[in-house]
Write a protein of this length. Structure first.
Lengths: 275, 771
């Protein structure tokens, strides 16, 4: 009898399933405020209920930026970009060149939805300086100071030699100092590889012509969680995000480069021959 | 010769040496057992086989008792080969009785002398009963009362009680009626047993490992009921005889062909066509054969009835040769081949329908021998098993997996009266080849060879009436990986009047894993591979406590609580990219619950009610968890965590018609809800947003925090049997999902397309059996 009761009550149920319960957030945005560029751009995604390829139709969104230091507000233009792989993307852009040190807020809105917004501070103009090299127990290091830099990403050191060009990744090597950020190049370790390569290639006299350091000077927020820009880590929304009422990331920054010729003393110390 | 070839040959040579060494050791063990028992046999022993008089078929679990002149009763139960032995008997007169449900008891008086083995085999005569009649097991060998610490013995008659789309019933339908056995759906053919995943279940047929033992349509196993003799199902807590898996064991024993006369059957239903034939090979009735073939006819039958595609087809063939060399020696050779093919939607790349297929092949030989004047039963098994799985176009599959295994084992049982002792040796070589199209990003596509050797000892002590203690120990090693495992286990059964108390515990390890994408519950394709060389080996600890009670001969109840702790499971990593992933992460697991059963058997009524309450929790250990959820581990409910499970079965006989109805209910399974879809542009530099296409991304909620709707369904079946000129004809009509419940199979989160399990499916069938 109980069984029949259960059965009868169960037959009345037809359970529908909502596999996707749409987020309260309406937009995801990715953008970089670059003080070296005359045009600023931000990529905007609508949060869709069904996964379909992005269509070239305009999206119902208004993008506006505000310079919080001057109060100047600019409405950005929508553009549909067709990528080489056949996909489309919505890139909003505005023709202005932001000032170093200014704070900018980007807002993406549409009627009836919460405004997605993010704020970033354009990093000050930073200049690199080659500090005196240091010798410690036979190990030679070369410190570089980036004045007033809040944060650095994509730090790469390049050696130009007669053996070839050698690039080294220094992404996790920056130190906080009162003047800015200091990066210590492990120049002795790096050049060992160059000398091994020279031996392999049969080159006896190795010449170090010059060096450079390439960085991206960014605002303080633009730091990847875990120290690595891993798309699998970022694939979970919210992992690397500073957008309120939305997803994505807004950063500000610009590329910078410092070139120099190592001193003769340093080259001699490392075993390079003079040109 | 290159270094690689030299290394390869060296490994192969080492494996060959190991097998040779093991074979020699088996022989030495055999001789040792022979001589030692010969010396020890200072008291009388009786032994023999209990068989069916008509067919010569062994009767597993038949009761055997000896009553001495003082009225003291000594008893035992025949094993799956129908073999029994009682040792340590004082010389004297005894009344011997062998009994089995549905058979007339065999009674004899005999004198047993000391220092001697008395052989007495009994062929029992079946009660004449109507074909199709419900058999009442008044002695409680099957059903709820027979369950002890996770072990249940299933007989073909039990399976036939459960409504099935096929007239013969099927083991898969029976298993799905057991509490603690979770299936994802009608399609896919995968069982999760008390929290364990399908790749953690050991399935044996006559000692042969069957890697994918269920057909692609979940109603059907690879084992037709027509070939079954008995099935021992350990939902956990299995003894040291079994190993290499960390969740459960399904040990299928096929029956032997009829030694005395030819017989056979053929059946056709809207799902299956099948035929079975058996008979003696020689005039002395010492050798017999048994062959069975089944092939799905879904596209011509059921699919037309429901007017929707059921894109699955499968077949299986089983053959067995059996011989009784003499009173003390029996041999058999078994062969099975299964083939499954179907299509399923692939992923968001929407390569429309991906074909998935697999083939099992296994061949094995057994030699069961009673050495001379001893109380020892020796069982030697040699077998070869193979599984080939493919996903993708038939001629150019994107993923494939080929697993083969050569297995040798020697199992001995010494019947010592107060203690029976089983022990054995085994050696296995495995070849595991995988081609995974780069999708399994931290599992290399490669071919691996593994060798496993080991020993076990499993005594049954009977220190007092009704109490059986079975401590056991299994030691097995993988020389090529330099891993050795010592696995102590314990089973205890205490019978007192109408009640049975039982318990089991054990430690288990597993060196090969079935890699599948469990994030997608519908994923059928499984790639078998050796565990990655991370130093982490999947392992588990089981604990089971059970109670059974039989207040009347017709009613039995049982309750079991269980706990399984899992370590180092390999599960798919999480990602927000809308594609299937098989990147692996390790996880620990915890499964616990309670299974309850109530069962009634009367002459014309059979019914059971089962309820399973369980919790399965995994704790993931993916490196990114700290960044995502603020903790370096993350607990979640895996996709097979079914909290409540109810099965109601009623069977009766009315006007010669057997009527059965089964209602099953399962609470909703977890799934990962999404909040929509956006995109990801990787800002790892001052990128030009006009040139970066980015990736599509799923905005998932926390993993497995959603729950699918509950599953429930009513199946009914009626069959009627009659004789025409000596042939037994059975007609069957059944309806699956009587009230056409829209049970969800899966929802494609990306497209929100819902796929349901089978709708109302009527089915008819006819079977003709002849002798």
């Amino acid at each position: 009898m109980l069984w029949l009761l259960i059965l009868v009550s169960a037959t009345g149920c037809e359970d529908d399933l909502t596999a996707v319960k749409l987020s309260d957030n309406a937009f995801t945005l990715y953008g970089i405020i670059n003080p070296l560029e005359d045009i600023q751009a931000v990529r905007v995604y609508q949060i869709d209920e069904i996964l379909t390829p992005i269509k070239p139709d305009p999206i119902d969104a208004t993008v506006r930026s505000t310079d919080l230091d001057t109060g100047k507000s600019v409405e950005w233009q929508d553009s549909v970009v067709s990528f080489p792989d056949g996909k489309f993307g919505h890139v909003f852009w505005a023709p202005f060149k932001p000032e170093h040190g200014h704070r900018f807020r980007i807002e993406v809105e549409r009627p009836g939805a919460a405004v997605a917004s993010a704020t970033t501070t354009v990093p000050p103009e930073s200049v690199g300086e080659v500090l005196p090299y240091e010798v410690n127990g036979g190990l030679v290091t070369q410190p570089i100071l980036w004045h007033d830099a809040p944060n650095l990403i994509n730090i790469r050191v390049r050696y130009y030699t007669n053996v070839g060009r050698f690039d080294y990744d220094y992404n996790i090597a920056q130190e906080d100092v009162s003047e800015g950020k200091k990066v210590v190049i492990q120049i002795y370790d790096d050049t060992l590889i160059i000398f091994r390569r020279a031996i392999f290639d049969g080159i006896q006299d190795v010449i170090l012509d010059r060096m450079d350091m390439r960085v991206v000077v960014t605002d303080e927020d633009w730091t990847p969680p875990g120290g690595v820009f891993d798309p699998h880590v970022f694939s979970v929304p919210g992992t690397f995000s500073n957008v309120d009422n939305g997803f994505g990331f807004l950063g500000s920054g610009y590329p910078a480069i410092l070139e120099w010729r190592p001193s003769n003393d340093l080259r001699k110390e490392l075993g390079f021959v003079e040109q | 010769m290159s270094g690689f070839h030299f290394l390869h040959r060296s490994l192969a040579l080492r494996q060959t040496c190991l097998v040779t060494f093991l074979s020699t050791l088996v022989a030495l063990l055999f001789l040792g057992a022979y001589t030692s028992i010969e010396v020890r046999a200072q008291n009388g022993t009786i032994r023999g086989f209990i068989t069916d008089l008509d067919s010569g078929q062994s009767l597993p679990n038949a009761n055997v008792s000896l009553t001495d002149s003082t009225g003291t009763v000594l008893g035992t139960v025949a094993n799956t080969d129908g073999f029994y032995a009682i040792g340590q008997l004082a010389a004297g007169m005894y009344i011997f009785e062998a009994s089995y449900v549905g058979y007339k008891s065999f009674v004899d008086t005999l004198y047993i002398t000391a220092v001697r083995i008395t052989s007495l085999s009994a062929a029992l005569e079946s009660h004449r009963r109507e074909v199709g009649e419900i058999t009442v097991d008044a002695e409680g060998r099957t059903g709820a009362a027979s369950i002890t610490a996770g072990l249940q013995t299933i007989l073909p008659a039990d399976i036939e009680m459960i409504p099935s789309p096929d007239i013969n019933g099927d083991l898969a339908s029976y298993l799905s009626a057991l509490p603690g056995f979770v299936t994802i759906g009608d399609q896919g053919g995968q069982f999760f047993i008390r929290g364990g995943e399908p790749w953690q279940n050991l399935v044996l047929l006559d000692g042969m490992v069957i890697y994918q033992p269920f057909h692609i349509l979940g109603f059907f196993s690879a084992f037709p009921t027509e070939i079954l003799n008995s099935v021992d199902v350990y939902a956990g807590g299995f003894g040291a005889k079994y190993g290499g898996r960390i969740s459960s064991v399904i040990d299928v024993k096929s029956r032997n062909g009829n030694l005395n006369r030819f017989s056979g059957s053929a059946s056709l239903s809207t799902f299956l066509a099948s035929a079975t034939v058996e008979g003696p090979i020689d005039r002395n009735h010492q050798f017999s054969f048994l062959a069975s073939y089944r092939k799905s006819v879904i596209q011509h039958g059921a699919a037309r009835l429901v007017d929707q595609p059921i894109p699955y087809e499968f077949s299986d063939f089983f053959g067995k040769l059996y011989g009784e060399i003499n009173d003390n020696s029996r041999v058999s050779v078994s062969f099975i081949q299964t083939s499954d093919k179907g299509t399923q939607e692939n992923d968001i790349t929407l390569t429309p329908l991906a074909e998935v297929s697999w083939k099992n092949q296994a061949v094995g030989a057994r030699w069961v021998v009673l050495p001379g004047n001893t109380a020892v039963l020796a069982d030697f098994t040699f077998s070869y098993s193979r599984l080939e799985s493919k996903l993708g176009p038939e001629l150019d599959p994107t993923r494939s997996s080929l697993t083969s295994q050569f297995n040798t084992a020697a199992d001995m049982t010494f019947y010592g009266g107060a203690a029976d002792v089983r022990w054995g040796l085994f050696a296995r070589t495995l070849k595991l080849s995988t081609e995974l199209d780069g999708l399994y990003q931290n599992v290399e596509s490669k071919t691996e060879y593994l060798t496993e050797v080991g020993i076990y000892v499993e005594p049954d002590f009977k220190p007092s009436p009704g109490l059986t203690l079975s401590p056991s120990l299994r030691i097995h090693a993988f020389p090529s990986k330099r891993n050795t495992y010592i696995e102590p286990r314990l089973r205890v059964v205490y019978e007192r009047r109408k009640s049975t108390f039982s318990g089991a515990a054990g430690i288990y390890h597993q060196e090969i894993v079935g890699v599948t994408d469990r994030r997608d519950a519908t994923s059928i394709f499984t790639a078998w591979t050796a565990i990655p060389n991370t130093g982490k080996v999947p392992s588990s600890i089981h604990l089971i406590l059970g109670y059974g009670h039989r207040p009347t001969p017709e009613i039995s109840i049982s309750a079991e609580v269980y706990q399984k702790w899992y370590s180092n499971l390999f599960i798919a990593e999480w990602t927000g990219f809308p594609q299937l992933t098989t990147r692996l992460q390790t996880a620990d697991g915890n499964a616990h619950g309670i299974d309850l059963r109530f069962e009634i058997q009367k002459r014309h009524v059979y019914g059971h009610l089962t309820y399973g309450l369980s919790w399965v929790e995994y704790e993931a250990q993916q490196a990114s968890l700290e960044l995502w959820f603020g903790s370096n581990t993350f607990p979640f409910r895996p996709a097979h965590d079914r909290r409540h499970q109810v099965n109601v079965l009623l069977g009766t006989r009315f006007e010669g018609v057997n009527l059965t109805a089964r209602w099953q209910f399962g609470s909703g399974l977890p799934y990962t809800r999404a909040q929509g879809f956006d995109g990801l542009v990787l800002l790892d530099d001052v990128v030009n947003l006009f040139e970066q296409p980015g990736f599509r991304r799923v905005i998932y909620e926390k993993p497995f925090n959603g729950e699918l709707p509950a599953y429930h369904r009513l199946d009914v079946s009626a069959d009627y049997s009659f004789y025409v000129k000596g042939a037994a004809i059975t007609l069957q009509a059944s309806v699956l999902n009587v009230y056409d419940r829209r049970n969800i199979f899966y929802v494609d989160i990306f497209t929100q397309q819902r796929t349901d399990q089978l709708p109302l499916v009527p089915s008819i069938g006819m079977k003709v059996a002849f002798q």
